[in-house]
Design a protein around this ligand. Structure first.
Ligand SMILES: Nc1ncnc2c1ncn2[C@@H]1O[C@H](COP(=O)(O)OP(=O)(O)O)[C@@H](O)[C@H]1O
Ligand SMILES: O=P(O)(O)OC[C@H]1O[C@](O)(COP(=O)(O)O)[C@@H](O)[C@@H]1O
Length: 302
C-alpha cells in the first residue's frame, strides 16, 4: 500500500474568466470551484479512485485544513494528518481567455517537530511505498523529505522541484520533475525529448532509481533499469493543467501497485493525466475509460 505525505497542502481555487486579465479593474469570474489539493493529496484521491490501498498524511490547519479533511473523507480517502497551528494555504488558478495563471502561497510556518509526528503516522501504516509530494512550508528544509525516505524500509517517491529537489540526499525509488524542474536541477539542455532523457539518466546517479519527467503537451519520459521510454501525450482539449503531474504520477504508481512493467505504467500515467487536464481544477475526473485510453498511448524506446 501507499502512504502519501503532503507537507504543504492547499485548497485549490480555480476561477475562469472569458476575457484576458487586465490591471486596475474588477475581473468577474464566470465559474469558480474549490478542490482539496497539494501533490500527495491529489495522488491519494486518484489512487483511491483507482482502488489502490492508500492513506493520505500531511499537515493541516485552520478552515482550509478542515475543508481538505472533509473533502477527503467525503471521497472515501483514508487519512492520518497531523494538525498544525497555522492555516493551510489557498492556491489559485485563474484561467482567462485560454491563458493559465498559477498563484501559489508559501503556506503556514511549521516547526521541525512535525517531521517526527509524520514519521510516526507513516510507520503506523507499514507501507510498501511512500510518496512525498509538493513544496515545503516555511520552517522545513529538504532534510524533512530525506528523513521520511530514510525512516523505514519503504520505497520513497518524491515529487518536488526547485532547490529542494537539488538538495535531496537520501535514496529514492523515483522523482518526478517536470521539464523546467529537470532543467533547473541538472543544468542540462531539455529542449528536446532526447535531451530530457539524457538529463533524467544523469539525474539517476544522484540517488534516484527511476526518473519520470513530465513534458506537458509533449508527453513524458520514464528512465530506469527497464530502459529509456518516451510516451506521447494524447491529443485532447485542455481546460487547465493543474494536477496534471500528480495524475501522471498516480497512474504510474497505480500500475506498479498492480504489478505492471514500466511501459504499461507510463501509458497508464499519460491516460490518467489526460483525463485530469480535460477538466477544471484538481477533483478526481472520470476514470472509467482509462484502460482504453492507456491502449491508445504511443510509447517508444529512446
Ligand atoms: N497540453 C497538454 N496536452 C495533452 N496532455 C497534457 C498537456 N499538458 C499536460 N498533459 C499531460 O499531463 C502530464 C503532466 O503534465 P505536466 O504539465 O508536465 O506536469 P506538471 O503539472 O507536473 O507540470 C503530461 O505528461 C501529459 O501526459
Ligand atoms: O506544493 P506546490 O509545489 O506549491 O504545488 C502545490 C499545487 O500543486 C498541485 O498539487 C498541482 O500539481 P501539479 O500541477 O504539478 O500536478 C495543486 O493541487 C497544488 O495547489
Amino acid at each position: 500500500m501507499i502512504v502519501t505525505v503532503t507537507y504543504n497542502p492547499a485548497v485549490d481555487q480555480t476561477i475562469q474568466f472569458d476575457e484576458q486579465m487586465a490591471p486596475d479593474r474588477v475581473m468577474r469570474a464566470d465559474e469558480a470551484q474549490f478542490d482539496a489539493g497539494g501533490k500527495g493529496i491529489n495522488a491519494a484521491q486518484l489512487l483511491t479512485a483507482m482502488d489502490r490501498p492508500c492513506v493520505a498524511t500531511g499537515l493541516l490547519g485552520g478552515f482550509t485544513g478542515s475543508f481538505i479533511r472533509e473533502t477527503l473523507q467525503g471521497d472515501g480517502v483514508e487519512t492520518a494528518f497531523v494538525d498544525v497551528d497555522g492555516t493551510t494555504r489557498l492556491n489559485t488558478t485563474a484561467i482567462a481567455a485560454a491563458e493559465e495563471y498559477k498563484l501559489n502561497q508559501a503556506g503556514p510556518t511549521v516547526g521541525e517537530s512535525v517531521v517526527d509526528s509524520l514519521l510516526e503516522r507513516v510507520r503506523a501504516q507499514s507501507p510498501d511505498r511512500v510518496l512525498v509530494g509538493g513544496s515545503l512550508p516555511p520552517g522545513l528544509s529538504p532534510d524533512a523529505i530525506d528523513r521520511i525516505a530514510g525512516g523505514g524500509d519503504w520505497e520513497t517517491i518524491v515529487d518536488t522541484g526547485g532547490d529542494v529537489l537539488r538538495e535531496l540526499d537520501a535514496q529514492y525509488g523515483l522523482c518526478k520533475p517536470n521539464r523546467t524542474e529537470l532543467g533547473d536541477a541538472t543544468g542540462a539542455d531539455v529542449s528536446t525529448v532526447e535531451g530530457c532523457a539524457d538529463a533524467a539518466d544523469t539525474f539517476r546517479e544522484r540517488g534516484f532509481d527511476r526518473v519520470l519527467a513530465s513534458l506537458g503537451a509533449d508527453g513524458a519520459v520514464l528512465v530506469g533499469d527497464e530502459g529509456r521510454l518516451y510516451a506521447e501525450a494524447l491529443d485532447i482539449d485542455v481546460v487547465d493543467t493543474v494536477g496534471a503531474g500528480d495524475a501522471l504520477l498516480s497512474g504510474v504508481l497505480s500500475a506498479w501497485e498492480a504489478g505492471a512493467d514500466d511501459e504499461t505504467a507510463l501509458r497508464t500515467g499519460v491516460a490518467v493525466s489526460s483525463q485530469v487536464v480535460k477538466r477544471a481544477g484538481t477533483a478526481v475526473p472520470d476514470l472509467n475509460d482509462i484502460d482504453s485510453l492507456r491502449d491508445g498511448v504511443t510509447v517508444r524506446r529512446l
